[in-house]
Design a protein around this ligand. Structure first.
Ligand code: COI
Length: 366
């Protein structure tokens, strides 16, 4: 095969009917529906201590059988990725910077003491799964097939050490707007009590534990009518880190962009990195630096900051209208999506969906 890894194929005998699939694709939402297949590759360490990836396969989507003592269920030895497959106007299907996700998966793997996955397995799993489930790739505005690669420690063993049996999987889910409905500015809740990550921790890794730790803060946000939570570095002048599941950008009065610098506690978003490049291509200056909550508040008040937006694979680019907590209210409830935010969104989505030239070679045909 093109990517050099053979995936055995066990296709589903009970795929969803064309009608069921059409009903899902008419209104995919986010994360509720899954395609007919999954890609799997297993990893084992043998008696001589040599680890290897094996049994690459496509199989029907369905429950996973795990020993109740599997390490992932106890110690959370797990990492994941997120990327998308886009349908172009001619019907062809493409993915965006999968090599970047493969590289980040391996960075996360090193931090979580999981085995690295050779890139050809990652790319092969994506390609084979999308080939099997191509009909599931939506074509509506801002829609795509969300791909969720993940790696779990499957070894049945309760000692606290890196597992010797691991599984890498990819599932796929048709996706529209992460926040549901039409795109509009979202409100953000300031997490005063909870932090997302600390120095030396797992903040830069894409591991389930980071998101588990964010849920209580996300609940607090939702209880206060907000869509996402903002995490700050409480030990560093309340420097802005990121939202529960996305990075943050500021548009300044002079047209330049600012985003928090990668500090080791921030997720190194592929969309973040792509927004930086796209904005530069559009002639804008982009600065990665420390930006504090005080600067956000003062900047909005003085007009120094004109727009704020969130970005991520799931979120694409979503304008932020309001930032608040029990005592603060920054922004405006009836804020409109900013012009620069939308221009960058159109440019990035245009590259991904084939209507804007891909000058960086970011697209891979599936
Ligand atoms: C993504 O944007 O792909 C994410 O992983 C964020 C969230 C859905 C966990």
């Amino acid at each position: 095969t093109a990517h050099g890894v053979e995936f055995s194929q066990q296709l589903s005998e009970t795929p969803k009917s064309a009608e069921e699939r059409a009903a899902v694709l008419a209104n995919p939402g986010f994360g509720d529906y899954f395609t007919d297949h999954t890609a799997v590759v297993d990893y084992k360490v043998d008696a001589d201590g040599n680890g290897g990836w094996q049994n690459a396969r496509i199989e029907p989507y369905g429950p996973i059988s795990l020993d109740p003592s599997a390490a992932v269920l106890h110690y959370g030895q797990e990492i994941f990725e997120g990327l998308k497959a886009y349908r172009h106007a001619d019907g062809s299907v493409w993915t965006f910077r999968p090599e970047a996700n493969a590289a980040r998966l391996n960075k996360s793997a090193r931090r979580l003491a999981l085995p690295e996955l050779p890139e050809e397995y990652f790319l092969g799993a994506i390609r084979e799964l999308v080939q099997a489930d191509k009909e599931w790739v939506p074509s509506g505005d801002g829609e795509a097939l969300y791909l969720r690669p993940f790696m779990i420690a499957t070894e049945a063993f309760l000692g606290v050490r890196a597992a010797r049996e691991v599984s890498f999987r990819v599932i796929a889910s048709p996706a529209g707007n992460y926040f549901g409905g039409e795109l509009k500015p979202v409100s953000i809740w300031i997490s005063r009590e909870y932090a997302r990550a600390g120095r030396g921790g797992t903040g830069a890794a894409k591991c389930g534990g980071n998101y588990a730790a964010s849920l209580i803060a996300q609940q607090e946000a939702e209880a206060n009518g907000c869509k996402q939570v903002l995490f700050l570095d409480h030990f560093n002048d309340d420097a802005v880190e990121e939202l529960g599941g996305m990075n943050v950008f500021f548009v300044m009065k002079d047209g330049s962009l600012v985003t928090p610098a990668l500090s080791g506690t921030i997720l190194e978003g592929v969309t973040r990195m792509s927004v930086i490049q796209v904005a530069k291509d559009m002639g804008r200056e982009v600065t990665e630096r420390k930006i504090t909550l005080d600067e956000w508040r003062d900047g909005v008040a003085s007009g120094e900051i004109t727009e704020v937006f969130a970005c991520g694979t799931a979120a694409v680019i979503t304008p932020i209208g309001v930032l608040k907590d029990a005592t603060e209210f920054i922004g405006s409830e009836d804020a409109k999506a900013g012009e620069t935010t939308m221009a960058i969104r159109e440019q990035l989505l245009g590259i991904q969906t084939g209507t804007v030239e891909d000058t960086h070679g970011w697209l891979t045909r599936l």
